[in-house]
Design a protein around this ligand. Structure first.
Ligand code: ROI
Length: 162
């Protein structure tokens, strides 16, 4: 069975736009998975400590037969291969972040994984790219993406030309 998954991509170090392009190429190579589409790229003001570069963000849509934890292993391997170093500073800069935003209709809460991603509901750099791919989306708790967008101003966000 294939399930529709949305992945949030973010980077603000070491050529962020290229980091995202490389990550999309890596996602397209995952076993038992099809990369369906990705959103535009967006420059975004950092959430968290302001003394860090702006981010580039995007969202990708996949169909996968992988289990969520297997997909998470793969995402963490891609992050590491692209030079991700986990730092002590909370919400500090990073070369690459790959977050599982939504995994089919599932709600998951265990020690490794929280799905839907617990911060996605109020982050413009997640919601606006996601809306490009799935404007009619409804979350497992019944909330509509359109409602979340209505409560989330398009601030600090800039859609980049291809
Ligand atoms: N801020 C922006 N704008 N984009 C991100 O992807 C992002 N990721 C994070 C924190 C540090 C919370 N801030 C971010 O992990």
């Amino acid at each position: 069975m294939m399930e529709r998954v949305y992945i949030g991509l973010g980077s603000n170090l070491a050529e962020p736009l290229q980091q995202l392009r490389d990550a999309l190429a890596a996602l397209a190579q995952l076993p038992d998975t099809r990369l369906l589409a990705h959103s535009s790229f967006y420059a975004s003001d950092p959430l968290g400590p302001p003394d860090q570069p702006r981010y580039v963000n995007a969202v990708a849509a996949l169909d996968t037969a992988l289990q969520p934890w297997t997909l998470l292993d793969s995402l963490q391997r891609i992050e590491q291969e692209q030079g991700r170093v986990r730092k002590a500073e909370r919400w500090g800069p990073r070369t690459l972040d790959l977050d599982i935003l939504l995994f089919g209709e599932r709600s998951i809460a265990d020690e490794r994984l929280t799905v839907p991603h617990y911060h996605m509901h109020a982050r413009p750099f997640v919601l606006y790219p996601l809306a490009e791919l799935a404007a009619e989306l409804q979350l497992p708790d019944g909330r509509r993406l359109s409602e979340l967008l209505a409560a989330c101003p398009f601030t600090g966000l800039e859609r980049l030309a291809e």
